[in-house]
Every structure is written in structure tokens, then in C-alpha cells.
Design a protein around this ligand. Structure first.
Ligand code: ADP
Ligand code: ADP
Length: 220
């Protein structure tokens, strides 16, 4: 079952409580917007879900399992964090081939995601010279390699031009419409209110509101 369940995550960095009881569920078939000001704990939550950071307390499960317990993780969950961690000296396609190889995925799949992410001929260029918007596209391609049912995107609109933002919205919507669970963070409500069907609003490491966008608009 392609669901993300975050339960009572707590984490301190020194005297800062980055996560203070963070609890929410991301269900398949819709975009869940994860919105809150900088420092609210969005990235830390995503890093804990993805096994890149550990929580002091609480659990984060993908389809009932911790990230570390997933076999072939790229086929369970795709992620875009920090515009994708890149190998700057490789071409974009080379980077994707290397990632695919490490997961037993085919080169044909690399060509599919290059096309899907709209990388075009830029795929032959070194990723180190990419603009942030192109790095986002490469990150999307990497996230989709394993055709995962769960997607976690940290600020995917950052650095994209207006045309890229429209493209990214359409892509995220179609990925959710295919039945995936899609978690997308932003510090801007305006970026998510027209994109997401559901919103988890956070501040100071915890959830302030957990609501469908339709209910939010009806209440306004
Ligand atoms: P957001 O993604 O919502 O901007 P973060 O999860 O990045 O929030 O940060 C939550 C809090 O944790 C902030 O106060 C931030 O400064 C702190 N924090 C995050 N990562 C670290 C770290 N590696 N070391 C120290 N403090 C951190
Ligand atoms: P390790 O366990 O050695 O850290 P990972 O498989 O987690 O290996 O990741 C290795 C490298 O693959 C990362 O440092 C990063 O450069 C790249 N990578 C992994 N996932 C992604 C992704 N979703 N988008 C872009 N690059 C990624």
C-alpha cells in the first residue's frame, strides 16, 4: 500500500526542536501539499521519511515499512531533495545510468525518464553546469527511474521559470492521477493551493492544519 505514515516524530538539533510531534498521513491518488514557513521542519521530516536522518522519537513508514527496510528503494519511493544530489562531473544521462545500474534498472528506462522530465539534449551535458531549474528536471528524472508509487518532493518549484512551474504542476498532477502518493513541500501557500488536493500546514515542528483544499476554500 503506497501510503506514507508519519507518527509523532520528534527531533532536536541542540536546543532547537526541529520536530515536535509531527504526525500526518499521505494517501495515494492525490497531491498532499506540505506547507509552512522556513524552519518549520518540512525538510527534516522528509529526510527522516527517506532514512537520511533519524528522529529521536516516533516513526515514519512507507507502505508500512521503514525506508531502511525497503528492498530496491527507488522502486518504492522517488525523492527530490536539495534539487537532487548530483555527480557534477558526469553527464545528466550518465548520472541517471549510474543510478539505474545501482538499482538493476535498464538503460531504456533512463531514456524514458529523460523524455518524461523534458531534459532533451541537455541530458548529454554535464550536470555540474545545470541551472537550478534543469537540476530540478534531472532530480525528477532520477526520482521516476524506478516508477515508484510514492514521491517526496522538497520545494520542487524552486529555481524554475514560470513555464517550468506550469510544467511541474502538470507533471505532479498526472503522477498523482496515476494513483501515486505525492508529498510536495513549499514555503509558499500560493504555490500549493492550485496544485495540491490536500494540505498539511506546519509550523515549529508540528501540524497546524490538515485539510482538503476544497474544505479550506469553503471555510474562507
Ligand atoms: P523547513 O524545511 O521547514 O525549512 P527544516 O526541517 O530545514 O525546516 O528545519 C527545521 C529546524 O531544524 C530549523 O530550526 C533548522 O534550523 C533546524 N535544522 C535543520 N537541520 C539542521 C541541522 N543539520 N543542524 C542544526 N539545525 C538544523
Ligand atoms: P548511499 O547509500 O551511498 O548514500 P544512495 O543510493 O542513497 O547511496 O545515493 C547515492 C547518490 O545517488 C547520492 O549521493 C546522490 O548523488 C544520488 N541520488 C540518490 N537519489 C537521488 C535522487 N532522487 N535524485 C538525484 N540524485 C540521487
Amino acid at each position: 500500500e503506497a501510503t506514507i505514515e508519519v507518527s509523532d516524530l520528534r527531533k532536536r538539533f541542540g536546543s532547537t526542536a526541529a520536530l515536535d510531534g509531527m504526525t500526518f498521513t499521505v494517501t495515494p491518488g492525490r497531491i498532499t501539499g506540505f506547507v509552512g514557513p522556513n524552519g518549520a521542519g518540512k525538510s527534516t521530516t522528509m529526510r527522516v521519511i527517506l532514512g537520511l536522518d533519524s528522529a529521536d522519537e516516533g516513526t515514519a513508514l512507507i507502505g508500512g515499512l521503514r525506508y531502511q527496510a525497503l528492498r530496491n528503494p527507488l522502486s518504492h519511493v522517488g525523492s527530490l531533495l536539495d534539487a537532487g544530489a548530483l555527480q557534477p562531473s558526469r553527464s545528466a544521462r550518465g548520472h541517471l545510468l549510474w543510478l539505474a545500474h545501482s538499482q538493476g534498472l535498464s538503460a531504456r528506462r533512463v531514456d524514458e525518464v529523460v523524455e518524461y522530465a523534458g531534459l532533451g539534449t541537455a541530458a548529454r551535458r554535464k550536470a555540474g553546469g545545470f541551472s537550478l531549474g534543469m537540476r530540478q528536471r534531472l532530480g525528477i528524472a532520477a526520482a521516476l527511474l524506478g516508477d515508484p508509487p510514492v514521491l517526496i518532493m522538497d520545494e520542487p518549484f524552486n529555481g524554475m521559470d514560470p513555464e517550468g512551474i506550469v510544467w511541474m504542476r502538470g507533471l505532479l498532477r498526472s503522477l498523482a492521477a496515476e494513483g501515486r502518493a505525492v508529498l510536495v513541500s513549499s514555503h509558499l501557500m500560493s504555490e500549493l493551493q492550485d496544485t495540491a488536493q490536500h494540505l498539511v500546514v506546519v509550523g515549529r515542528g508540528r501540524v497546524i492544519a490538515d485539510t482538503s483544499v476544497a474544505d479550506l476554500i469553503a471555510a474562507a
